[in-house]
Design a protein around this ligand. Sequence first.
Ligand code: SF4
Length: 114
Amino acid sequence: MTQITCILCPKGCRLKVDEENDYKVTGYSCEKGKAYGRDELMHPVRVVTSTVRAEGGAHRRCPVKTNGSIPRDKMFDAMRLLDGIVLESPVKRGQVVVKDILGTGIDFVATRDL
Ligand code: SF4
């Protein structure tokens, strides 16, 4: 049995996930939390945020994030893909910075105009 806190809303329900009983989840207050508890133990995923260097504009860093969730165990390898990337202004919000991160089908995209 593993205890985790649901992070999907401020209520922060304390979930219990029973790995030995088909990942049965208890302690949730809604179906989203039930699915979260099961997914968090079976195949955890995260949205990743970071920044990359930028030149030619008013700011020297551009914030980026994944446009979907990637497996948690690929987070650090995904971040390394951003090393050495330098964006040239103008940059448009939503512009793809790294396509198909590690074969996940998810991209890093800029989250602001520069
Ligand atoms: S289980 Fe539902 S109500 Fe509870 S924290 Fe998660 S999303 Fe919010």
